[in-house]
Write a protein that binds this ligand. Sequence first.
Ligand code: 0X9
Ligand code: ZN
Length: 761
Amino acid sequence: MRARAMAAVLLTAATSFAQQAIPPGPYDGQMVVRVAPATPADLERVLGLVQGAWSCRVGPGELDVQVTPAQRAALQEAGIEHAVMIPDVQALLDEERAQVDAAHRDRDAAWFSTFRNLAEIGARLDHYQAEYPEIASTFVVGQTIQGRQIRGVRITGPDLPGNPRSARPAVVFNSCQHAREWATPMTTMWIADRLIEGYGNDLRLTGLVDLCDVYVVPVVNCDGYEFTWTPNNRLWRKNRRDNGDGTFGVDTNRNWGFGWGGVGASTATNNDTYRGTGPFSEPETAAMRDFMTGLANLRAHIDVHSYSQLILTPWGWSAADCDDRAIFRRVERDMAGVMQSVHGMAYRPGPTYTNIYPASGGALDWVYGDRDALGMSIEVRDTGSYGFVMPASEIIPNAEENFEGAIRLVEYAVMPLIFAEVTPPPASLRTSEPTSVDIAVRASAAVMSGLPVMKWRAAGGDWQTVPMTLVAGSVYSSSLPAAGCGERVEYYFEAATPGMAETYPPEGWASPLVATGAGSSVRWADTMSTDQGWTVGAAGDAATTGLWERADPVANASQPGDDSNDAGNLCWITGATGTTNGANDVDGGATTLTSPVFPATPQSYTRVESTVLSYQRWYSNNTGSNPNNDSMPVSISNDGGQSWVTLEDVTQNAGAWVPVAFRIEDFVTPTANMRLRFVARDLGAGSVVEAGVDDVSVTIVGCPADLDMNGDGNADQDDVAYLINVVGGGDNPTGIDPDFNQDGSVDQDDVAALIDAIGGG
Ligand code: 0X9
Ligand code: ZN
């Protein structure tokens, strides 16, 4: 009896001790040791000294317990014998995790080792839902014309307090509107895969999956995709609509209802870009439209295509900049940067119309134009060596770089507001009048309350708040007041979302933009009204017509009727006469226009901030039978024309004179020996090339050098003596810049320059 009662007591006691849970890790430096307490009291004592027990023991005897280094020392101190079983618990757990991850990677790598047909893709969508039900669920977008289901997977973290799924910004990735673009469903499936696998394992991805509602539709054009898996149909592009005239297929990416029926889409049923009978005439596009319209918080979308390695943004239907051009410019460049950082592959960003070709009825125009979300398209690898037949060995590297771009876009989608520079924020302020400042702001995951403001302060002053006004699209404008020469002004932008202010730069007042007051003076200008010595012709020029001439141009479809200012004035133009388009354009090769030598160094001693070269240019290459095949390189020389550096390679068909400005310092060191060169050329036969140049000028922005070196209020011989002393290594108590002539070194030349300046130089 007694023995049994005793056992019962032991059982209760030991059980409750040993079931003490081991606290959560990490367990760096911890061990598992085996002890053998002889009595219940010993057991109790041991359990009091350790993290917890691995064995759910019921009584005295052998027991494995986990200990920290300090606890192990305490066991030793107490004379409790123990053997080390696991010397490093955390290392063992890390090893196990690595093994599991590697096995998962192998399994994923196996799936991504080759291209997958529709059934295999569907099975993997089911697998996501079955294995990761808390974050992945499959859905049906709709039916194709042949009745196949267009399916996808939704990926988002569980509902969280204050962050329910329904309130999250939504991002959609789809691929395979074009059947033959086999690299693309592998890309979007990888995006789904990485997000799902990353959840709970990768901090950044876990955060994004909890903040964003992500939808992946790997194959939109299921019928076409299946068709490409049948013999001899690998290069099919469109859907499988029976057009009733013996032809099949509508290009679904010409069938979306924003700008439908415009340029870059065909009305011919047998054409690969056949637009269909009307906007959303196809069940595939109508289903995608309804699905995305149903996402109240749709913020961004990528329609994945192949091939060419391009990042495409609105518009495709028009050459005009979209309202959010500045925002897209930031996002697309940022994506290109992160994508290139993965495997070094370059993806060229830009609006669809110019970056690839005019195309109306595309998905991205509808997503942006109709849904006001960041509609984009990516053309994945490669650049043409394999085209639609990308080697399977590139599936994963291609997907990896596109994944980085995709999650960068998700990050923009979950930002409350997106700020973007429209032009580089001014680094110098005018001394005579205010300088205008712009910033683009777009509400992304939050709404913007009121208008953005600009905050600025002069050195040591209080922050001033100035309102901004909406000037165009998402661009807001304000201005900074005139500043004294050399005066430093700090500024930043702020916009409010409910309950929170957002700033640009992101650190706001803690790390603002800086501009310094600086005067400006025009150093050289040529309005082309007199002949200042420009020359036409260079070695290799082969143009037979349309050579540069200084004239008042005659208007035609690709040439202006006036110079950049007004009627009757002259400019440089390629073949001034010819009212018929192409009658006197550049044909047969290049014609080169070179400026006379002009100065870009200041006339008096000046602390130069920047040397600005500006000109007006006209360029047209979008007419003729073979348009957009040429460009006009513009180069600058600082050694009188011996060596040249490219300023820009013009392809912009603006249909207008375009004023451009460059900081010469960004290209070459300004000298007194500058030249400028424009090469208009016709390399692609059949394209009409017309170009013009007008109003070239050089403006020096900076402050007059301070002659009062010793700070006594006068500019005189004492300042020369002061500078001689500083040049000789003496103290410089006024802290003035001793490099008086601004040539980068402190020497006798500075003394000579100061003497010259004080003497009236
Ligand atoms: O032409 C297309 O549809 C796409 N290029 S592809 O070679 N894959 O066919 C470009 C799509 C550009 N996007 C829109 N216009 N929306
Ligand atoms: Zn495509």
